[in-house]
Design a protein around this ligand. Structure first.
Ligand SMILES: Nc1ncnc2c1ncn2[C@@H]1O[C@H](COP(=O)(O)OP(=O)(O)OP(=O)(O)O)[C@@H](O)[C@H]1O
Ligand SMILES: [Mg+2]
Length: 216
C-alpha cells in the first residue's frame, strides 16, 4: 500500500502541493487528471523522491512506513517507480544493459522478454543497444518508458502522461498494457489529460487535482 497523507510541498519556494491525500493498492489503477500546473507532476516527483520538491508537511508511506527519508534509488529498490526518471549513474549505458542490471534477472530470459516487449510496443529493433532515450521520437520515448515499467513490474508505478505524444491508434494498446501490468500486481497512478485514456479507464477511480489539492 502506498499512501500520501496531507502532503504539502514547495518547488523553487512556491507552494505547489497544499494537502494531498491519496492511497494506492497493489493491482489497482488510480487515474489522476486536472489542469496544467495543478501539481500532478510535482506529486509524482514528491513520491519518487525528487530532491527539488521540498516537502513542508505530511508524509508518503509505503506499507505504513515513511519513505521521505529515502533517496530516489532507495525508493526504486523498494518498488516505487516513476517512468520518466532514470537514475543518473546509469546514463551513457545502453538501455538493455541498464535494465538487465537493475532488474537482477538472468541475462537470457531477460533478453528474450525485452525483445518481446520491444516488438509489442512497436519500438525500433536496435533500441536496447542505444543509450536511454537517445535518437528516439517523442512517442517512442513514451513507449520506452512503458517498456521499463512492463519489464521491471515494480510494486508501484507512476505513469506521468505516458499517453502524451503517442499516436491515437496506439492509446488503446498502451492502456491495455497498463491494465495487464495492474493484473500482474502493480499499483498504478495514471496521470493523464487524454480523453481516450479517460474513457478507457473510466471504470477505475478517477481523481482530479486542482491548485495543489485532490478534489475528488
Ligand atoms: N522547477 C520548477 N520551478 C518553478 N516552478 C515549478 C517547477 N516545477 C513546477 N513548477 C510549478 O509548480 C506548479 C505545478 O507544476 P506541475 O508540473 O506539478 O503541474 P502539472 O499538474 O503536472 O501540469 P501539466 O498538466 O501541465 O503537466 C506549476 O505552477 C509550475 O509552474
Ligand atoms: Mg505534469
Amino acid at each position: 500500500m502506498l499512501e500520501v497523507v496531507d502532503l504539502h510541498a514547495r518547488v523553487e519556494g512556491k507552494e505547489v502541493l497544499k494537502g494531498v491525500n491519496l492511497s494506492l493498492r497493489e493491482g489497482d489503477i488510480v487515474v489522476l487528471t486536472g489542469p496544467n500546473g495543478s501539481g500532478k507532476s510535482t506529486l509524482a516527483r514528491a513520491i519518487a523522491g525528487d530532491e527539488r520538491v521540498e516537502i513542508t508537511k505530511g508524509d508518503v508511506l509505503l506499507d505504513g512506513e515513511s519513505i521521505l527519508g529515502l533517496t530516489p534509488e532507495e525508493r526504486f529498490k523498494k518498488g516505487v517507480f516513476l517512468t520518466f526518471q532514470a537514475p543518473p549513474e546509469f546514463e551513457g549505458i545502453p538501455v538493455g544493459s541498464f535494465l538487465l542490471r537493475i532488474s537482477g534477472k538472468g541475462e537470457r530470459e531477460a533478453l528474450e522478454e525485452l525483445k518481446e516487449l520491444v516488438e509489442k510496443l512497436g519500438l525500433p529493433k536496435n533500441v536496447l543497444f542505444r543509450e536511454l532515450h537517445r535518437g528516439l521520437s517523442g512517442g517512442e520515448k513514451k513507449r520506452l518508458e512503458l517498456l521499463q515499467a512492463l519489464f521491471l513490474k515494480p510494486r508501484f508505478v507512476i505513469l506521468d502522461e505516458i499517453d502524451s505524444g503517442v499516436d491515437i491508434e496506439s492509446i488503446e494498446k498502451i492502456v491495455e498494457l497498463v491494465k495487464e501490468l495492474a493484473r500482474d500486481g502493480s499499483g498504478i497512478l495514471y496521470i493523464t489529460h487524454n480523453p481516450r485514456s479517460l474513457e478507457l479507464l473510466g471504470r477505475y477511480r478517477v481523481l482530479r487535482m486542482e491548485e495543489g489539492r485532490i478534489i475528488g
